[in-house]
Design a protein around this ligand. Structure first.
Ligand SMILES: Cc1cc2nc3c(=O)[nH]c(=O)nc-3n(C[C@H](O)[C@H](O)[C@H](O)COP(=O)(O)OP(=O)(O)OC[C@H]3O[C@@H](n4cnc5c(N)ncnc54)[C@H](O)[C@@H]3O)c2cc1C
Length: 364
């Protein structure tokens, strides 16, 4: 017996399942391929919007509680599964803060620690970074996770807690009768439950258009390419952001450089021009990387929504259908609070967050 079927096993589907089982629900996740191999695998794992003062309020309202929750979440997952998600408060050094006054005011009003390093302090923070920053600001409390590790830990914990996970199950049919989903088809199987949640990332918009027609959910794939260098630990100490590109140092020394923003449908191929662009950015910031090899180059499809505000809520006409999708560039940064809000709405509990900005009929 299944109470709730979740369609899509990325970070949002997994975190949603984690919240739903806390209330005793029996949950099944149906995933088209393998768990956590799409956008969630491809991402950088920075647990904050890139220039957080640019983010609209509904994003901040999901980010702030998630930011507070991550240390305990990572510790619990590590303890329970033996898989370390490598949550690390490596700090975000923003080299080109275009409006320092705005950034400082924002940090103060949201209680986010910051420092305005002069050039000597900037060099002290990052001795190997060579380029000249313009108005840098340092946010020491911003953390990162290693996406594949967090996903594996979540999957392992969910399995231990009795969640059923079926991989290689593409949902191809959703049957609706009198404003209720009666069953769905995936692979050669038919599944039914009391409630259904769609967490299909970049595919959520087309899925909604195909099966439910209205309302149209403005969720489009936005390709992001990344490269990773093999380097020694501590070559780079903090995450460094400049001109919307960033470097992320992992615990074992690997350094990620990202990312592109491309509107090219569901095409996930990588391009030489993007690789060159990311490598050039990385060499400008950290010339020592010229001596390091590029280990991998990949692309993922972000679930893009117009302003990055996710759709979290019940379908206006189909009583047993909820969505949690469209997290665009901040799916990891917002996942815990998004999952909690979804669970509150599904179980008709009072939520700490106002659900209106995320509703399926609100402007996103
Ligand atoms: C290059 C890049 C860098 C990023 N960096 C960051 C960052 O630093 N910080 C941050 O917070 N976010 C970042 N993101 C964004 C983040 O990765 C996404 O917001 C997040 O992963 C979205 O999670 P999701 O679960 O909604 O989507 P996904 O991870 O894409 O999961 C959706 C799942 O649904 C499945 N699915 C689709 N259709 C069906 C179907 N018909 N039946 C069954 N299953 C189906 C898919 O196979 C997929 O596994 C980045 C993304 C990219 C691409």
């Amino acid at each position: 017996m299944t109470d709730i079927i979740i369609i899509g096993g990325g970070v949002i589907g997994l975190m949603t399942a984690r919240e739903l089982i806390r209330s005793g629900a029996r949950v099944l996740i149906l995933e088209r391929q393998m768990i956590g191999r799409e956008s969630s695998w491809a991402g950088g794992g920075i647990l904050s919007p890139l220039y957080p003062w640019r983010a609209v309020e509904p994003i901040l309202q999901l980010w702030l509680p998630s930011h507070a929750e991550y240390p305990k979440l990572a510790e619990t997952l590590h303890r329970r599964t033996g898989i370390d998600p490598e949550w690390r408060k490596s700090g975000l050094l923003i080299a080109d803060c275009e409006n320092v006054h705005l950034a400082e005011t924002w940090c103060e009003s949201y209680g986010i620690a910051y420092e305005r390093p002069d050039l000597a302090r900037f060099r002290e923070l990052e001795p190997a970074v060579q380029f000249m920053p313009s108005s840098p600001i340092f946010l020491p409390d911003i953390a990162q996770v290693r996406n594949p590790r967090l996903l594996r830990a979540l999957q392992s914990e969910l399995l231990a807690d009795g969640v059923q996970i079926s991989e290689h199950r593409t949902v191809t049919e959703i049957a609706v009768d009198r404003s209720k989903i009666t069953h769905i088809n995936a692979g050669n199987e038919t599944y039914s439950a009391d409630q259904y949640v769609i967490t299909a990332g970049a595919w959520s918009g087309t899925m909604s258009d195909r099966f439910f027609f209205v309302p149209h959910l403005d969720v489009e794939p936005v390709k992001g390419q990344m490269i990773v260098f093999s380097a020694e630990p501590e070559l780079l100490r903090h995450m460094v952001l400049s001109r919307d590109h960033y470097l992320i140092p992992r615990k074992d020394g690997k350094i990620l450089a990202g990312s592109t923003l491309e509107h090219s449908g569901f095409d996930k191929s990588t391009t030489e021009s993007a690789r060159d662009e990311l490598a050039e950015f990385a060499y400008t910031v950290l010339p020592a990387l010229r001596a390091c090899s590029i280990e991998k180059h990949w692309a993922g499809l972000r679930p893009g929504s117009p302003r990055g505000i996710p759709y979290i809520g019940r379908h206006p006409e189909i009583q047993n259908l909820h969505f949690n999708c469209g997290h665009f560039r901040n799916g990891f940064a917002m996942a815990p609070a998004s999952a909690r809000l979804l669970a509150d709405l599904l179980f008709a509990r009072t939520s700490e967050l106002s659900p209106e900005p995320y509703s399926l009929t609100a402007e996103h």
